[in-house]
Write a protein that binds this ligand. Structure first.
Ligand code: ZN
Length: 154
């Protein structure tokens, strides 16, 4: 919580973000990840490294992250690793797309919001345009690794 005051964020949302920041879920790395990627946000020095493991059906069987940086970037990574478990990569991409839309100001349907889990807590960050990159960092990193994974190998 440096540099910026988050007083304008709803208290409940703020609590969810801080909880993920202080008690990150799925922290660490995987020995043999199917997807591996690193993202960096020069604006506040946020870094996220993601490891994802898929089972034989292409479903996420494990996801872990390490990183450093502001509370929003790290909370977003923690929430991401929780949310993607048990999902196929196209479902993960859809979720990522929705979250991007949410951060850009689209009002989501209730059903869509339900699928967002704790990500919903990050929607208050929309009021701090410069911080949107922090919230999206982990997801951009994940999208990069998915396109790399899905790209035909030559
Ligand atoms: Zn940040």
């Amino acid at each position: 919580m440096t540099n910026t005051s988050y007083d304008e964020l709803d208290d409940i949302y703020q609590e969810v973000i801080l909880d993920h920041y202080r008690n990150p879920r799925n922290q660490g790395d995987l020995i043999n990840p199917d997807l591996h990627s690193r993202g960096f946000n020069p604006f506040c020095g946020d870094e996220v490294v993601l490891d994802i493991e898929l089972d034989s059906d292409g479903i996420v069987s494990d996801a872990k992250f390490t990183g450093q940086g502001c509370s929003i970037s790290q909370a977003a990574a923690s929430i991401l690793t929780d949310l993607v478990q048990g999902k196929k990569l196209d479902q993960v991409l859809q979720l990522s797309q929705r979250f991007r839309e949410l951060m850009k100001g689209r009002e989501l349907e209730e059903e869509e919001l339900d699928q967002m889990g704790d990500l919903e807590a990050l929607q208050g960050v929309r009021n701090f345009p410069i911080r949107i990159k922090c919230a999206l960092l982990a997801w951009s990193t994940l999208e990069d690794s998915i396109s790399e994974y899905q790209a035909p190998s030559i």
